[in-house]
Write a protein that binds this ligand. Structure first.
Ligand code: 2PG
Ligand code: MG
Length: 437
């Protein structure tokens, strides 16, 4: 083979980039990016979008009204990729993820990616990683590494949805998750989760509750007390033949920024308001009664004093995860470490906008002895990048919705493929998934 042909066949330089508008799982427009390398491989990535977004997140260019171009929306993000970004990254080495992400950050020039749009920037960053893996002929997960060894995560299945994900018609708390820590493998954990999900549907039907689902595929019954959600789930676990606390533990994401107003937390379904201490009293009571291992966003995104108090009271008992509080942003995580407000960080690439910054957030959490829990968004696509990322970074747990609905199960399915591909090297995080203290 002539030398120049070999050079082309091996060349990981970016030849061109193309972005397009596609739909997410809520029927809203979002960004998809294809990165083509000189060697001929293409990496593709699609960007998700939240509903209970933190106010400190990187700024995505979304349409105020879906399908109506308002000048700030997804069409603009797409145009930025196909214009300025494509010109800037042409010819750059796709295996230099750090260099490309630094270039994207500099090109945007704002502290929150508001000029290019975090969705434009992230689509390129993730598609570059995919292209680089394809060029090397390697599975994506094996090219994404951090200081923790790769491992299969515990899947946190969100089987009961409330809050804004169910139009505030169900529970005040947004997510009630089950985590099969006692399963021997990831794939078995998926089976446990699916069986409990189906059992929960049967129980809800028997009690005359609605079995329609929320944005993340969990059921969204209208209950009178938030605690009833936990009780129904515990019943489903037992009736499916599993032991709460041993086989399955629970995780909650109240997403409390969504019901925090004027210094108080409004539990509308229960007709009462409580302050931070009152809400922590509620959590503490639940933690005594129920096998809860993880509590995410128990208090609001800027209630730093409340978080500090909550960490003192609960941080030794459960993993306290900051989502809206930290927004995958090292500056906010650093403050959290200094002020001792939590012991884990939720990791959402689109909150910060590049893969390199996402990894930095994970590494900072590891250095502090904190947990890192990877998460999807409530508006998703079938892109399963986070599945590979969770394994490569060795985070030990991820949440990506119910074990139902295509855009959610694609992540779980990809993780089962990875577990199969890893064979004997696949180690399931199980009980070691969560950090305390
Ligand atoms: O609050 C959350 O953790 C997420 C994902 O479950 O929801 P959203 O994507 O709507 O912010
Ligand atoms: Mg959250």
């Amino acid at each position: 083979m002539p030398a120049f042909t070999l050079e082309i066949l091996m060349n990981p330089a970016i030849q061109d980039i193309h972005a397009r508008e596609i739909l997410d799982s809520r029927g809203n427009p979002t960004v998809e990016v294809d990165v083509r390398l000189v060697c001929g491989v293409v990496g593709r990535a699609a960007v998700p979008s939240g509903a209970s977004t933190g106010i400190h997140e990187a700024v995505e260019l979304r349409d105020a009204e879906p399908r109506r171009y308002d000048g700030k929306g997804v069409k603009n993000a797409v145009a930025h990729v196909n214009g300025e970004i494509a010109t800037a990254v042409a010819g750059k080495d796709a295996t230099d993820q750090k260099g490309i992400d630094a270039l994207l950050i500099a090109l945007d020039g704002t502290p929150n990616k508001s000029r290019m749009g975090a969705n434009a920037v992230l689509g390129v960053s993730l598609a570059v990683a995919r292209a680089a893996a394809a060029a090397a002929g390697l599975p994506l997960f094996s090219t994404l590494s951090a200081s923790h060894a790769p491992r299969m995560p515990v899947p946190m299945f969100n089987i009961l949805n409330g809050g804004v994900h169910a139009n505030w018609q169900a529970t005040d708390f947004q997510e009630f998750m089950i985590a099969p820590v006692g399963a021997p493998t990831f794939a078995e954990g998926v089976r446990y989760g699916a069986e409990i999900y189906h059992r929960l549907r049967t129980i809800l039907k028997e009690r005359g509750y609605n079995t329609a689902v929320g944005d993340e595929g969990g059921f969204a019954p209208i209950l009178k007390r938030n605690a009833e959600a936990v009780e129904l789930i515990l019943e489903a676990i037992e009736k499916a033949g599993y032991r709460p606390g041993d086989d399955i533990v629970l995780a909650l994401d109240p997403a409390s920024s969504g019901f925090y107003e004027d210094g108080l937390y409004h539990l509308r379904s229960e007709g009462r308001k409580v302050d931070a201490a009152g809400l922590v009293d509620l959590y503490e009571g639940w933690i005594e009664r129920y096998p809860i291992a993880v509590l995410e966003d128990g208090l609001a995104e800027d209630d730093w004093a409340g978080w500090r108090m909550m960490n003192k009271r609960l941080g030794k008992k459960v993993e306290l995860v900051g989502d809206d509080l930290f927004v995958t942003n090292v500056k906010r995580i650093e403050r959290g470490i200094q002020e001792d407000v939590a012991n884990a960080v939720l990791i959402k690439p689109n909150q910060i906008g590049t893969l390199t910054e996402t990894r930095a957030a994970v590494e900072l959490a590891y250095r502090a002895g904190w947990g890192a829990m990877v998460s999807h968004r409530s508006g998703e696509t079938v892109d399963s990048f986070i599945a590979d990322m969770t394994v490569g970074f060795g985070t030990g747990h991820l949440k990506t919705g119910a074990p139902a609905r295509g855009e959610r199960v694609e992540k779980y399915n990809q993780l089962m493929r990875i577990e199969e591909a890893m064979g004997r090297d696949a180690s399931y995080a199980g009980r070691d998934a969560f950090v305390r203290g």
